[in-house]
Ligand binder design. Sequence first.
Ligand SMILES: [Zn+2]
Length: 398
Amino acid sequence: MTTKTISFPVYRFPVFEDKLAKLNRRLSKISGSHSVEVISQERIDSTYIDRTGREFKNPCFQVTVCVPALLNHQGHKFLGVVNFEDGVRTVYATDEGVNFDFSTVADTDCHHCNHKRKRNVIYIFEEVATGKISHIGSTCAEEFLGIDVTAALSFSQSLFVSLEDMDEDNFFLGGGSSGFSINELFSAVSLLWQSDSVYWSSRKADIEGGVSTPHQVFSLFGTDGGRIREELKNNLHKAIKEVGVEKISSLLVEKFSNLDTSNSFNLNITEAIFKDGKVRQFFPDKVVGLVTWAIFKALNDEDETKKEDKPASQWIGNVGDKISLEGQVAKIRSISSHFGHSLLVIIETAMGVAKTFTTARWSDNIQEGDKLNLKGLVKSHEEYRGEKSTVLTRVRIN
Ligand SMILES: [Zn+2]
């Protein structure tokens, strides 16, 4: 009996059970006395460092199954196959068959029927009790062993392939294929979203000139084998903290998990985002474009809904006015430019949203959520995505 050990993420366990059941149904048609069984199962969690430097835990099972030696039948041990197709001798030996010299097999041998004629395939068996070797032509093999040898061999092969398929995600996580972990992709898209970008498809970018949003996701991580600048790493961490993997996942489930997949675009979106009914933990490169679009769409829709609930925004005062305001710090952003480092402070007031860029001492001691009483000069009135805001300068805090 041989065994096969595979590892796969815990969430894929139902897929594994399904696979095992299918294999055993197929096996029972070839030989009712054999089955593929789990002989050990262990929880071995793997960790993976993604390109943002984050540790990404992947709860895995390591499962060992016994692979029935189907062809060790009727007191015979299967040693291997000699193939003579196209005049080339090719040997497939089982592990136990290594001590047998396959070059001694002639293409006219069949110890079952003893007819001397050219054959394409000859199976080699050893009688366990006596050690007697039999060369059996492929057409006689079923009669000799009492099972369909071709079906049994093809089953053994597909069993290995089918089980190795389960390792796919693990393979991805080990960096064997190119793509993004959920943290990488969602934080990159969050960062782009927060930098007030709009989604650009590569087609639109090609026509109008510019860089597509998926391309920006790729370029965020560079092409130098995944090393990114420290500053960007911090921004990514901050971006995902604010938007959140959980939040994006639940938005994606809410918006895209019940699409009518008879439409090919819907099917592609569903396949890109979900795997086995859950949001993917790993996104291969080829789905990045679609998933990026889906996240932008979900965040945008959510923004629109929020806007509908809010009263229309308004500007405060007139440009050039000196005004006094009371409000709450909604957001603080650190801005780096050629001119150095400053803070963007966004304040929500009963009269509207005010913002100011500052390097003043007072800004060192404030936090999001703080209540402020301030004076300032209206520098300009801005509007972005339908939201009006008033830019203040020379701000002083009371
Ligand atoms: Zn024969």
